[in-house]
Design a protein around this ligand. Structure first.
Ligand code: HPA
Ligand code: ZN
Length: 319
């Protein structure tokens, strides 16, 4: 589906395709515990979010140098451009790299090599969103925010990801307050595996402008009403939900009901190398399986620009 669209929920580490993983492993002298790309792909059978995260963090071992991060981002931008993506607000997980001894500067400068020229090379404008791992401590998140100070001209906002249940948004109240004082935009994953209360908390305690996933809002009609009234965008990821068993099958996905309820939904790819598709593939899948009309698809594409952090003039250019 090549409809022009913005991708607002994309973990750059989740775009690491098996072929590139092996190429980077060879380049960096890292041994992966898989015989080849087929054996690695066999491991892509997930029970839940945690079983995916285990592999996601394991494979990051191959990312070591600025060039690796630049190559990763460039490979993503090439694929995204072919599927109509005109703007991406890209998540990255600094703590997953600093914990392995890869400095934050290597990650940001490496990604920046690809992003700073992406309008010319791929026709895609970009923003970077630094995510904190919610299963790590609030002190670690605060230290990461401090370490990011030299790079804030390259970082638009902060997010919250990794294992959700048992790690409510309130844990990161002070970090989000500090980020707000620095002028950073705020988003957070909430209501993927966690309960609807986490969505409310992300809005009220963390001051997020947009909710990543937010799927489980559908269990709380009063919350749905609020999200509609306040025009809070949700960044849904249908193929991710199927692979991580948040929904039983794509045919059971609540996206049509969410649109009917008046929610500001967007469709995104999350970790496309792991979940079977990039942004356009997600659009195709909801078109085919959920029977969404062309008009609904155009609404989703429009929503993606409305929900983005683009300025009005940039937004008009990207659409
Ligand atoms: N949820 C939470 N954390 C993540 C995800 C996700 O879908 N992808 C990468 N980190
Ligand atoms: Zn995500």
């Amino acid at each position: 589906m090549s409809l022009p669209k913005a991708e607002l929920h994309l973990h750059i580490e989740g775009t690491l395709e098996p072929e590139l993983a092996f190429e980077l492993a060879a380049r960096n002298g890292v041994t992966l515990p898989y015989a080849d790309t087929d054996a690695l792909r066999e491991a892509y059978r997930f029970e839940d979010l945690q079983s995916f995260l285990n592999l996601y963090y394991e494979l990051m071992a191959v990312l070591r140098t600025e060039r690796d991060f630049a190559d990763l981002a460039d490979a993503y931008l090439t694929r995204a451009a072919a599927q109509g993506v005109r703007h991406v607000e890209m998540f990255f997980d600094p703590q997953a790299h600093t914990a392995r001894g890869v400095a934050l500067g290597i990650v940001v400068e490496g990604l920046w090599r690809a992003l700073e020229k992406s309008v010319e090379t791929h026709g895609i404008s970009t923003r970077l969103i630094m995510c904190f791992l919610r299963d790590e401590s609030a002190a670690s998140a605060m230290e990461t925010l401090r370490a990011a100070r030299p790079y804030l001209d390259r970082i638009t906002g902060i997010g919250l990801d990794s294992a959700e249940v048992g790690h409510p948004p309130v844990k990161f109240r002070e970090v989000y307050e500090a980020a707000a004082r620095l002028g950073l935009r705020r988003v957070a994953h909430a209501g993927e595996e966690g309960p609807p209360e986490y969505i409310t908390e992300a809005l009220d305690v963390l001051g997020v402008e947009r909710v990543d996933h937010g799927l489980r809002c559908m269990e709380d009609p009063a919350l749905v009403e609020r999200l509609v009234r306040e025009r809070i965008p949700l960044t849904l990821c249908p193929l991710s939900n199927v692979r991580l068993r948040t929904v039983d099958t794509l045919a059971d996905h609540p996206l049509p009901a969410m649109l009917d309820a008046g929610l500001l939904c967007t469709v995104n790819s999350d970790d496309p190398a792991y979940f079977g598709g990039y942004a356009g593939d997600n659009f195709d899948a909801v078109h085919r399986t959920l029977g969404l009309s062309e008009e609904r698809l155009r609404e989703l594409a429009r929503n993606s620009f409305t929900a983005s952090f683009l300025e009005d003039d940039e937004e008009r250019r990207a659409r």
